[in-house]
Design a protein around this ligand. Structure first.
Ligand code: SAH
Ligand code: SF4
Ligand code: F3S
Length: 442
């Protein structure tokens, strides 16, 4: 019987995709997917450290494995991802959890196979963290084992140069490194040939794609080149940083049918003073001007965002400005976060840290506003016909599900096998973010 693996993933889509790469490596070493942790011969934690609670989660779950490891000493436990890449983190992990066998970082994920070999027959743990890498991770082979059909993630760049004052990502992911357009296009074409219907291009700031090679290529051009494939598919991307969200990109969205008319444009805050302290390099008015420009060129466009409350020194008036901006920009939905100090970042050292009570109160008010906007938009769907890409079946509900171009989830009944197909749904009910409809023609 083959050995089995189990991967536990925390964090953003970048990490979800990297777990597909980890799965690919493990399969090439003869492992197959296990159903539970008890069932596994190797458990890999792909961690995140964007906020303290992401780290606490991982720490808690790694700690809980001590018993399992004791009962089954042959079990391999590996920890990788953003958490391990922080200064001193590998040492801390080793001390806290001496039963962890392998610790690797964000820059050497592709070496996991070798690290497993090194661990074999050795008592001591294998720790390998690479710093300041300039080349591109695993560029020469797409070794991902994808399980997200009909959707696929494709990296276009790694790292971040922006150093927003609250953010740990530039420290744990290194400087921006753009993949060559021909590599990306050939990966996308390969996926479309295999029948994938939705491609999401990933980068911390896709708008600076190509800047690290002196602008030899750029993001709008990449989108246009990918869209030369004329069959029906959807193209998404994330994340776009507002500071260099420009008209050429908006034109590329408007020109190409395949690019979804949904832009995720994280604003973070509505107060110029806070935005300056965050080092975001735009004002609220500049942000809203870009939203206006987008709506002019792509009138049926929807906007989503990331918003943070409780940044150091944030006053009630600053927070009110965030609420006003949420209304003015008309976000369809938003990911909302409570600011979490990250050691090594500028904001963690700032005076005027906000108390947990105030943070809690503000996040509740923000979530209420965002949810009200989402509900209002959803209710406008009732009676309309939308097109969704069917992704899966919810066995509990006995319903198929998929998303429209704006990412809204639609549920429906079907007696065929609609997964991977575009389906027209007449919407009968809307509740919060999800819709219920009837497939036309069934
Ligand atoms: N590169 C993306 C963001 C990646 S992190 C961008 O610039 O838009 C995703 C989100 O996590 C950020 O947009 C921000 O809202 C949130 N975030 C980042 N650091 C945080 C921190 N220290 N505390 C709370 N939220 C944080
Ligand atoms: Fe973090 Fe800012 Fe880079 Fe986004 S752009 S990853 S928020 S530093
Ligand atoms: Fe993503 Fe978390 Fe790393 S959000 S880039 S996995 S710190």
């Amino acid at each position: 019987m083959n050995k089995r693996y189990c991967i536990v993933t925390y964090g953003c889509q970048m990490n979800v995709h990297e777990s597909e790469k980890i799965a690919g490596i493990l399969r090439s070493k003869g492992y197959e997917e296990g159903k539970t942790q008890e069932d596994a011969d190797i458990i890999v934690f792909n961690t995140c450290c964007i906020r303290e609670n992401a780290e606490n989660h991982a720490y808690g779950n790694i700690g809980a494995l001590k018993k399992l490891k004791k009962a089954k000493p042959s079990l391999l436990i590996a920890v990788g991802g953003c958490m391990t890449q922080q200064t001193g983190a590998a040492e801390k992990l080793k001390k806290k959890f001496p039963f962890v066998d392998i610790i690797f970082g964000t820059h050497n994920l592709e070496d996991l196979g070798r690290l497993i070999d090194e661990k074999a027959g050795r008592k001591k743990s294998v720790v390998e963290i690479v710093e300041g890498k300039t080349e591109i991770e695993g560029e020469d082979a797409d070794f991902s084992f994808r399980t997200s059909y009909p959707n696929a993630w494709v990296n276009i760049m790694y790292g971040c140069n922006n150093f927003c004052s609250y953010c740990i990502v530039p420290y744990v992911r290194g400087r921006e490194r753009s993949r060559r357009p021909e590599k990306i296009i050939s990966e996308v074409n390969g996926l479309l040939d295999q029948g994938y219907k939705e491609i999401t291009l990933l980068g911390q700031n896709v708008n600076s794609y190509g800047n690290d090679v002196g602008g030899a290529f750029n993001f709008p051009q990449l989108l246009r080149d990918i869209c030369k494939r004329k069959e029906k598919f959807r193209l998404r991307f994330m994340t776009s940083n507002p500071k260099d969200f420009g008209e050429d990109l908006v034109r590329a969205i408007a020109e190409n049918e395949q690019i979804c008319n949904l832009v995720h444009l994280p604003v973070q805050a509505g107060s110029d003073r806070i935005l300056r302290l965050m080092n975001r390099k735009y004002t609220a008015a500049e942000y809203l001007k870009k939203v206006e420009m987008l709506k002019k060129h792509v009138p049926d466009c929807q906007l989503t965002s990331d918003i943070m409350v409780g940044f150091p020194t944030e006053t009630e008036e600053d927070f009110q400005q965030t609420l006003r901006l949420v209304k003015e920009a008309g976000f369809a939905t938003a990911f909302t976060f409570v600011y979490s100090p990250r050691s090594g970042t500028k904001a963690a050292e700032m005076e005027g840290q906000i108390s947990d009570d105030v943070k809690k109160d503000r996040i509740m008010r923000l979530v209420e506003l965002v949810n009200a906007q989402t509900r209002e938009l959803s209710s406008a769907y009732v009676g309309k016909t939308i097109e969704i890409l069917c992704e899966d079946k919810d066995e509990k509900k006995g319903l198929y599900l998929g998303r429209d171009e704006y990412g809204r989830m639609g549920y429906f009944e079907s007696c065929g096998d609609p997964i991977g197909k575009f389906v027209k749904l007449k919407i009968a009910e809307a509740s919060g973010v999800s819709l219920r409809g009837k497939a036309c023609g069934e």
